[in-house]
Design a protein around this ligand. Structure first.
Ligand code: DGT
Ligand code: CA
Ligand code: CA
Ligand code: ZN
Length: 577
């Protein structure tokens, strides 16, 4: 029941009181239930903002609002939560708790659905509604059924996924705050965030502790918590901001490794592991690895112990997608994944010369502060008119500026580059006569996305055959959660790139991540080396390099598969083909 956002505060407060009323009714406390109901109705029809009444200290002047209801209102206005409501919700069956997440389904309706139709989840409710079973319940009818389906749709939309780049800072914030509680011995994100998947549905946080209740207290009191969905003795779920769900689980030492393993997933990875465990006569779950016959604990304290007991090497979280990593771990041929600290430069940077906000020097300074050794300035070329793309003349001026800057910089190199547009026919937006004088040429498609697969593929392959192209920028053109990749036969593109020794970019901008993990792995299998570039349009964007590394790691890339691991002199030698 989170349709509260965007409603008036009065309506929000009324909603809370209604729900409390319904929960009291379910408990058979009719008198209290009625009192909350009356107060809810009053507040729902007030014309003055209830916050003003509260600030004047006059809540109890509202008819039907006594001391205890005033306290509920006050707590809600102060914290956005109601401990009374949470307390009352605690007693409900799990499935019913899920149902009341839906707009228009209060505890009373949820309980009836649960008791009369055995509905225990939103999925089950959807099935029942689609089968026309809801309308047959007394007092529900076709209109209610329709409303329920609509609420489910809205609920699903609210469950949308978040970009990894938006989630990582939230994790840092949570970890820093939770570490302020000395009952927290260890804290780690699990789930898709730990696997560094490009989007994250909800956050799963694991804490090692022997005093779980203190940890849970700390968790629900985090500054940005907007709602507490559940608070138990060892676990809790909250909403941060508008709609990011965060699940906390507090784990004792003997199970920490197996819990971390289990909740990191992926589900497919876990299922395969469990099959292996069963074959060995074990039982594997979030509490540990046990002997099936004797119940004896085999492993569980660390992830390594769990994998080892199953005859496997420890597997990096980014690989746990059941894409061959379990077989590789069995045979001792897991890749040695590239690490963030091995990346020496950023190979796709924009500046004020086109549509960036920083000067070349500002971008260089930021890169140095991040510990990098070089960057490639790759502003847009002239056909990108809106981006103030460079023609040959301005590009030559920029190259001269870079030369002057390099003379002043110590232990850092600014490479002369361009992000040259690939035109509709596959020719490039700047002549070879200037491309040949650059250190790093990224060629990208920025228009004509609607052409068919054959045209797009030929277009890109023609660009790959240009002698001066170093890399293909954001090769598939997709924007995560917004724009699908253009039609492209990647297999053919990779073949051409491998043959021409052209790099494929892993664009690290948070909503691009292009190539993605799966395509990066395929490119590697074609023998292609990749370049990572943040596509930074401002100095801070260079901090996205870690997202590019995440994709590389999920794509099984080793240091040798990523050209940015080379020192600048070796890089330049390699680029000179
Ligand atoms: P998300 O949140 O959609 O981005 O993806 P995950 O992977 O974080 O999924 P989530 O939050 O539903 O669950 C976290 C992990 O818990 C998941 O990766 C694996 C484990 N897990 C959850 N449900 C199941 C299940 O039904 N079976 C198994 N084997 N593992 C599960
Ligand atoms: Ca998750
Ligand atoms: Ca979860
Ligand atoms: Zn671009």
């Amino acid at each position: 029941m989170n349709p509260l956002k965007g409603m008036s505060v009065n309506a929000e407060v009324a909603e809370i009181l209604y729900e409390i009323s319904e929960l009291y009714a379910l408990k058979g406390e009719q008198y209290r239930s009625r009192a909350y109901m009356m107060a809810a109705q009053r507040i729902g029809s007030l014309t003055e903002d209830i916050r003003k009444i509260w600030q004047r200290g006059e809540l109890q002047s509202i008819p039907g609002v006594g001391k205890s209801i005033a306290a509920v209102i006050e707590e809600y206005l102060e914290t956005g939560q109601s401990s009374k409501l949470e307390e009352l919700r605690e007693g409900l069956p799990r499935g019913v708790m899920e149902l009341i997440e839906l707009d228009g389904v209060g505890p009373k309706k949820a309980m009836r659905l649960y008791e009369e139709l055995g509905i225990n989840s939103i999925d089950e409710l959807e099935k029942a509604a689609k089968a026309g079973k809801i309308r047959r319940l007394k007092g529900f009818g076709p209109k209610t059924e329709e409303n329920i389906l609509q609420s489910i749709e809205e609920y699903r939309r609210r469950q949308e996924r978040f970009l990894l780049g938006a989630i990582l800072p939230v994790i840092d914030e949570i970890v820093a705050y939770m570490k302020g509680c000395d009952a927290v011995l260890r804290i780690e994100p699990a789930g898709s965030a730990r696997r560094r998947k490009e989007t994250v549905g909800d956050l799963d946080i694991l804490v090692l502790s022997t005093r779980p209740e203190e940890v849970v207290e700390r968790f629900v009191s985090m500054p940005r918590v907007s709602r507490v969905i559940s608070q138990g003795t060892t676990r809790s779920t909250v909403i941060i901001g508008a709609n990011l769900q965060v699940d906390l689980r507090v784990i004792p030492p003997e199970s920490y490794g197996s819990a971390l393993q289990y909740f990191t997933g992926s589900k497919a990875h876990n299922i395969k592991l469990r099959t292996i465990a069963v074959k060995k006569g074990y039982k594997l779950n979030e509490y540990g690895l046990f002997d099936r016959e004797t119940g004896e604990r085999i492993a569980g304290e660390t992830e390594e112990s769990v994998y080892k007991a199953l005859g496997l090497e420890w597997i990096e979280p980014e690989l746990r997608e059941d894409r061959g990593e379990i077989e590789a771990a069995m045979e001792g041929r897991l890749p040695r994944l590239v690490k963030e600290e091995e990346i020496r430069g950023d190979l796709h940077i924009h500046t004020k010369w086109s549509d960036g906000t920083g000067t070349i020097e500002e971008m260089a300074q930021k890169a140095m502060s991040l510990g990098l050794e070089y960057i490639a300035i790759c502003d847009h070329s002239k056909s990108m008119g809106i981006a103030r793309g460079l023609d040959e003349e301005r590009l030559r001026k920029q190259m001269a500026e870079i030369d002057r800057l390099n003379e002043r910089l110590e232990g850092f190199t600014v490479l002369k580059g361009i992000e040259v547009d690939i035109k509709a026919d596959g020719s490039l937006d700047l002549p070879d006569s200037v491309l040949k004088d650059l250190d790093f040429v990224v060629a990208s498609i920025h228009s004509g996305f609607k052409a068919d697969e054959r045209q797009m593929t030929e277009r890109m392959i023609r660009a790959i055959h240009n002698d001066y192209v170093s890399a293909i920028g954001h090769p598939t053109g997709r924007i995560i959660l917004r724009r699908r990749p253009y039609a492209l036969n990647l297999d053919k593109v990779f073949e051409a790139a491998a043959e021409q020794e052209v790099l494929m970019e892993i664009n690290a901008f948070p909503n691009r991540l292009d190539l993605n993990d799966v395509n990066a792995k395929a490119a590697k299998e074609h023998g292609i080396v990749m370049s990572i570039g943040t596509d930074a349009h401002a100095p801070n964007h260079m901090e996205f390099l870690n997202l590019g590394v995440a994709v590389a790691r999920r794509g099984w890339l080793e240091p040798g598969d990523v050209i940015n691991t080379l020192p600048v002199d070796e890089l330049l030698r390699k680029l000179e083909r």
